[in-house]
Design a protein around this ligand. Structure first.
Ligand code: HEM
Length: 139
């Protein structure tokens, strides 16, 4: 695994590089394809995602390799001051919706457990801001 995603797929706890180990291959393939096609803005990775650098089979191979890696548990954590509130929100607003969507079709839903707090926060902020006009929706 080149660069700062780290050999064990752990990324960086400061949230600049996501943790990829244990992520669903479907999600990884979609994200790589989206970066390649410019649907997912990622200037650092874009030059490495082109067809002349990595072909479709190689994307699939790397995705399966990462999916099978063990999720490291030393991911970047948040302050931990509102865990009960976070749990309640996840239970009420996220979990059932994610289950339902997964049942309805072969939904590409990322595994978010063990992801770096700062990366996750940034993705959620990007999604929130996208609805206010910034065109960079992320997981
Ligand atoms: C085959 C090699 C690689 C694979 C499979 C891979 C996979 C991924 C995936 C699935 C994401 C999450 C999608 C996203 O957040 O946009 C990601 C994010 C990222 N990758 Fe890679 N990557 C690879 C190589 C690289 C390289 C070589 C660089 C840097 C030179 C890089 C830099 C980044 C950065 C900075 C992000 C975070 C983007 C953000 O959220 O702002 N990646 N990568």
């Amino acid at each position: 695994m080149p660069g700062l995603h780290k050999p064990n797929g752990a990324g960086l706890s400061d949230g600049t590089y996501p943790q990829l180990a244990g992520q669903h291959a479907t999600v990884l393939i979609k994200q790589m394809a989206d970066v390649r096609d410019g649907r997912r803005e990622n200037p650092k990775m874009f030059p490495f995602a082109g067809k002349h650098i990595i072909d479709v089979q190689e994307i699939a191979d790397v995705a399966i390799y990462l999916q099978n890696m063990k999720i490291p548990h030393d991911n970047g954590k948040g302050p931990g001051t509102s865990l009960e509130r976070g749990k309640a929100l996840y239970k009420n607003d996220c979990r059932s919706a994610r289950r339902k969507r997964r049942r309805q079709r072969e939904e590409v839903l990322p595994c978010s457990g063990g992801q770096h707090y700062k990366y996750m926060l940034r993705q959620i902020m990007n999604i929130r801001d996208a609805s206010a006009g910034t065109p960079t929706p992320r997981w």
